[in-house]
Design a protein around this ligand. Sequence first.
Ligand code: TRP
Length: 463
Amino acid sequence: MSNRGSFSNKLGFILAAAGSAVGLGNIWSFPFEVGAGGGAAFLLVYLFFCFILCFPVMVTEIAIGRKTQLNPAGAYEALGFKKWRILGLLGIISGVVILSFYNVVAGWAFGYFIELLSGHFEIGSQFSTFIKDVFKVGLYAMVFMFVTAFIVSKGVSGGIERASKILMPTLITMILGLVFYSLTLDHAFEGIKFYLVPDFSELTLSVMGNAMGQAFFSLSLGMGALITYGSYVGKNDNIVTSAAFITLADVGIAFIAGLMMFPMVAYLTDGTMEGAGQGAGLIFTVLPGAFESLGPLLGVLIGSLFFLLLSFAALTSTVSLLEVPVAYIVDEKKIKRNRAVWIMATIIFVLGIPSLLSNGYSGFFSSFITYVGAENATSFMDFAQNVANDTFLPLGGCLISIFAAYAWKTKNLNEEIALGYPNYMGSFIQKYLNFAVTILCPLVLGTMFLLTLLQTFFGVTLF
Ligand code: TRP
């Protein structure tokens, strides 16, 4: 254990795990998914997935990690289930895919910091040109991967933990300030209504599927990132309260990011909310205009600081994504940590190049694939997101529950949880977690996985 490293205390773990969870998923993709999913209806389903289904998976992942003190692939094997290694490998591959495109978006965020620092507010309307400028964005993405690798190479407590402790609180303060500002804008109320008053006619299977994928993605679940982080957690820590805190922090920050965004969208569209469903460009096109209206000085200050902090939030997430394959090759291939870090970072950066090119620069990658029954082609980057976030992560979550309930057995899971939670046995939370991993998660996640798979990729809609 000594040379694997560990978190220095419980708070260190919680902040690092929350740092992993809070990232572009909360501030970039959550608002655009809500916008595309018709507003409050999406929000409701999202909350349901986070608290009812994802939370038990999170507890399970952390418990498996702490029990085995290993990377995801090694963990299943160490518990005596060699065949389940494949689930760990699936997770590691998902992590690699996610990091490859995530790093490109992180590069956008970092690039926006630079643009706004120089007072270039027009960048909002030039978003599609900006992401096509692959040499510029590629350079930002390269810088981003470099910094990520540097932090990961510094190890668990010195690098990952220290960075999270400072950056997270600053980001939250900043977003709260922007919430207050956006509530003072004209039409703010229409934005809030869109966000908080559900219209159930918007609730389709694909909206539910997206909410599920988004919940897993935002909580960093389903691929073993929390198995890996859990492997650095002390035996006396209470996994249940830690997981509750991480979930609340992540959902809370996504929620306030929505409170910040939708009044701004309403303001910029005179209350029509048209364009709320525009997709991946939402924060990048909307925010610069809102910052500009703060005046030249304040606009530059707040605008650039916002994108800087967004980059930092992304950084604590990229760090956790890189940590997973690194822990895997350190544990299994006995490569030195430092070398493992730089090798993986280089590979993943290169794997991100198709995503980089898929935003208008290369016709081939921009219209990469047309799903059966779909009208338009999907870009490589969207395809990678559909495969990794919306398909592999929920599948991973489903299989992790099945593993814990039927291979490892709930008795062992409970014993591991009870180590840091003396009154756990016999409590309501124990009964709920056991019900969730044995029945609820396998059933709901499994069904949703199949239905969304059929619908997204094959155009089959059963209801
Ligand atoms: N949760 C992060 C976000 O919201 C992204 C992320 C980090 C992630 N680590 C992960 C997603 C592991 C899935 C799995 O931005």
